[in-house]
Design a protein around this ligand. Structure first.
Ligand code: ADP
Ligand code: MG
Length: 167
């Protein structure tokens, strides 16, 4: 694991920008976990991520509440899951198995999972863990943990790229 990166956003627009910058830098299969309370901005972040992966803008990205996993076409396919209604811990993992979630790991796409903390630690084997906390109405604090050596370059640039583009 590399050093965690902290980034604060002060609007939904900035959160979309952060997601977009990360999405643009992705050129291979990867799994991203998102944790944070209801209204933290997980889905807003995924909207930016989709943009950065060139998902056509006519797709409206919302939390896949009833389907559990939505798939969008882009440079890489984007699989967007929301585990809000999955039970916690071991039984959560069993439920995921039941809905065929494991199949997504075999695809070459980007898997992004809201409420990933519903799963037992280590279950998702994510390459990037994003934790979002609400500071106030418009302010969100992001802590990003990248796993794996190949992500180091992205880590170095991410904060700088974000600061440069947000103005
Ligand atoms: P979650 O998926 O985590 O439950 P959503 O992304 O659906 O949350 O909603 C986040 C809400 O917070 C939206 O209504 C959005 O407009 C609002 N918001 C305010 N400030 C921010 C910010 N800095 N980043 C993301 N969302 C924000
Ligand atoms: Mg959501």
């Amino acid at each position: 694991m590399t050093e965690p990166i902290e980034i604060t956003t002060t609007s939904p627009h900035e959160t979309r920008l952060l997601g977009k910058i990360i999405g643009q830098s992705i050129d291979q299969k990867m799994t991203i976990s998102l944790s944070g309370d209801l209204g933290a901005g997980k889905t807003v972040f995924v909207q930016g991520l989709a943009n950065g992966l060139d998902v056509p803008s006519d797709y409206i990205i919302t939390s896949p509440t009833y389907t559990i996993v939505n798939e969008y076409p882009g440079r890489l396919a984007l699989f967007h899951a929301d585990l809000y209604r999955i039970s916690g811990g071991i039984s959560g993992a069993a439920e995921l198995f039941d809905i065929g979630f494991e199949e997504f790991y075999d695809t070459n796409g980007v898997i992004v999972v809201e409420w990933a903390d519903r799963l037992a630690p280590g279950e998702l084997k994510e390459n990037l863990a994003v934790s979002i906390s609400t500071v106030d109405d418009l302010t969100r604090k992001f802590i990003l943990f990248f796993y794996g050596r190949e992500k180091k370059i992205l880590v170095k640039r991410l904060k700088k790229t974000f600061e440069t583009h947000k103005r």
